[in-house]
Ligand binder design. Structure first.
Ligand code: CTP
Ligand code: CA
Length: 232
C-alpha cells in the first residue's frame, strides 16, 4: 500500500529507539546472541527522523547500516543497552524498545579463550538473568513519556498471540505494545513484517504490514496520534 503523507507531525518530539540484538560475551572470542537484524528498529528511527523528530538510536550490533538524521549510541550487551536507555529516556517524549535483549548472560566472562578438554563431551554454561529494561522504564516514574514495547512470539494462533502481547504490555508497564509473529525465517532478517499494536486498554489500536518502513510509519501513526491527544 502507498505510504500516507505524514508531513513533519513529529517535529520537536524527542524519540529514543533501541534496535538490534544484544551480545553477551563468554570469553574474548565468543558471545551469546540472537537473530535480530535491527531492521525494524532502524526503520522506526529513520521514519521518525523523516517526520521531524529528534531521534536517538541506541544500536546493538546492527546488521544493517545506521540511518541518517539520527544520533547513534552504539552498545553491545544488555547492561550497556540498559545504561544508554536509562540515560536517553530521561529526556524523551517517546521510548521504543525494539531491540532484542538477551534474557540471560553468562554468569562469568572468561579473560582467556575457553579451551575444550579432551574427553569431555558436554559442557554446561551458567547464565544469570539480565535486567528487564522495558519493565524498569515502565516501573520508574515516566510521566510525559510514551513507552512502546515489542513482543516477538512464535505463537501461531493469532488470538493467543495477542493475549501474549497484552500480558507483556501489562507486566512491563508499557503504554503501547507491538506484537509480531516470528519464526526461523520470519520477522528477524526479513524485509517484510506484520504487527498488531495493543493500547493501554488492551485494545488492538492498529495493524500494520508490508515493508519494515511501512510498518514503522504505521507504528508512528499511533504514536503521533497519542502525542497529539496528550497536548489537548
Ligand atoms: N526487553 C527488555 N529487557 C529484557 C528483555 C526484554 O527491555 N531483558 C523488552 C524488549 O525490548 C521488548 C519487550 O521487552 O520490547 C518484550 O521482549 P520479549 O523478549 O518478547 O519478552 P520477555 O519479557 O523477555 O519474555 P520472553 O520470556 O517471552 O522472552
Ligand atoms: Ca526475552
Amino acid at each position: 500500500s502507498e505510504p500516507r503523507p505524514h508531513g513533519r507531525d513529529l517535529a520537536g518530539r524527542r524519540i529514543v529507539v533501541s534496535a538490534g540484538g544484544t551480545r553477551e560475551p563468554l570469553d574474548p572470542v565468543r558471545f551469546l546472541g540472537n537473530r535480530s537484524s535491527g531492521k525494524q528498529g532502524v526503520a522506526i528511527a529513520e521514519a521518525a527522523a523523516a517526520r521531524g523528530a529528534d531521534v536517538t538510536l541506541v544500536a546493538a550490533n546492527l546488521e544493517v547500516g545506521e540511518p541518517g538524521g539520527c544520533r547513534v549510541r552504539a552498545v553491545s550487551t544488555a547492561l550497556e543497552l540498559r545504561e544508554a536507555m536509562v540515560e536517553a529516556a530521561a529526556a524523551a517524549d517517546v521510548v521504543v524498545m525494539a531491540a532484542a535483549v538477551a534474557d540471560f548472560r553468562p554468569a562469568s566472562v572468561s579473560e582467556a579463550k575457553i579451551k575444550k578438554v579432551d574427553g569431555e563431551e558436554r559442557m554446561t554454561l551458567e547464565l544469570v538473568r539480565n535486567p528487564d529494561i522495558l519493565a524498569e522504564l515502565g516501573a520508574a516514574p515516566h510521566d510525559g513519556t510514551l513507552l512502546v514495547g515489542f513482543a516477538a512470539e512464535t505463537e501461531p494462533d493469532s488470538e493467543r498471540l495477542l493475549e501474549l502481547g497484552r500480558g507483556k504490555r501489562r507486566a512491563k508497564g508499557a503504554d503501547l505494545l507491538v506484537v509480531n509473529h516470528v519464526g526461523w525465517s520470519k520477522g528477524f532478517a526479513a524485509d517484510e513484517n506484520a504487527v498488531s499494536i495493543i493500547g493501554p486498554s488492551d485494545e488492538v489500536l492498529a495493524e500494520a504490514s508490508g515493508s519494515k518502513m511501512s510498518v514503522a510509519h504505521g507504528i508512528l501513526d499511533v504514536v503521533a496520534a497519542r502525542l497529539a491527544r496528550g497536548d489537548d
